[in-house]
Ligand binder design. Sequence first.
Ligand code: ADP
Ligand code: MG
Length: 326
Amino acid sequence: MLESAKMSKNGMLTKILSRIRTDPFSANYELVGKELGRGKFAVVKKCIEKATGRQCAAKFLRKRRKGQDCRMDILNEIAVLESAKANPYVVALYEVYETNNEIILVLECAAGGEIFNQCVADNDDAFTENDVIRLAKQILTGVAFLHRNNLVHLDLKPQNILLTCARPLGDIRIVDFGLSRRMDKITEVREILGTPEYVAPEILSFEPISTGTDMWSIGVLTYVMLTGESPFLGEKKQETFLNISQVNVDYSQDTFDGISSQAVDFIKSLLVKNPRKRATAEECLNHPWLNSLPHPHSHPHLHARSASSLDEPETSQSESEPESPA
Ligand code: ADP
Ligand code: MG
């Protein structure tokens, strides 16, 4: 194919191990239920592998987007998923199909959906600080693995962090490696489609991207998971950009009501303008906050919770360590 002759550019991975199947996807999988989600150029649907009954998530990626051939981007996404398959917190890739117009990634199904839903929940579904500690450790374990392997995700946000199960709260699966790159070879990756809320200042000022770029996003993620508020979000995009470049963050007692000071310290170690001065994933994993379970007062969103706690009794949630999937 013409594409395979192209040189690797921009830190994209080009070598994939998976066999790309051209027999019909529908012969081996049955689509069930509704869409699991969609993003910029992909639709993700739940399906069942006919031979085994296994539940999967099929990500349908269009090869042409805005009149451009994007097959290389999809191969890069596949290659990154393959490189990270030893880590349980990165979604597993089972198979790849190709049709005239699409490439279909058959992925492990993360049935609990996006952590986004619980981030914005102002009720019993909202995370407790203990939940956030357990989930943050998993996200960091996954991201530390990527970084050790010279890979950066570059699109960490609550829509791309999924759960194996929502209730009881399951484990993390990191998805969407469409923007991921090899660290040493990046020249430029500046796709800010949609919300800029999670992008690091260096992206906005066209400075080099590094593993620190992911760490900033983890700082924003942690902030949102704990407080239910997006730290940099302004009324307009320009305002958000300005808030990010000035690192204008609200750490007030009011916003962090009922949340430990170690949590605030953790976030502060990540929302630092200079990417080289941000904590690394390994450093984060050693931060006292992540090793401080269980917290006696662990109810962020407390005000909102107490209103809804009239409807339903609290369900108990175990804080036990996650089991690694086989
Ligand atoms: P895009 O690159 O278009 O953003 P994503 O890979 O982020 O595509 O998938 C879009 C959405 O589909 C996700 O935000 C999520 O809601 C859902 N989704 C993606 N992968 C899975 C999966 N393995 N299991 C369940 N839902 C998924
Ligand atoms: Mg996405």
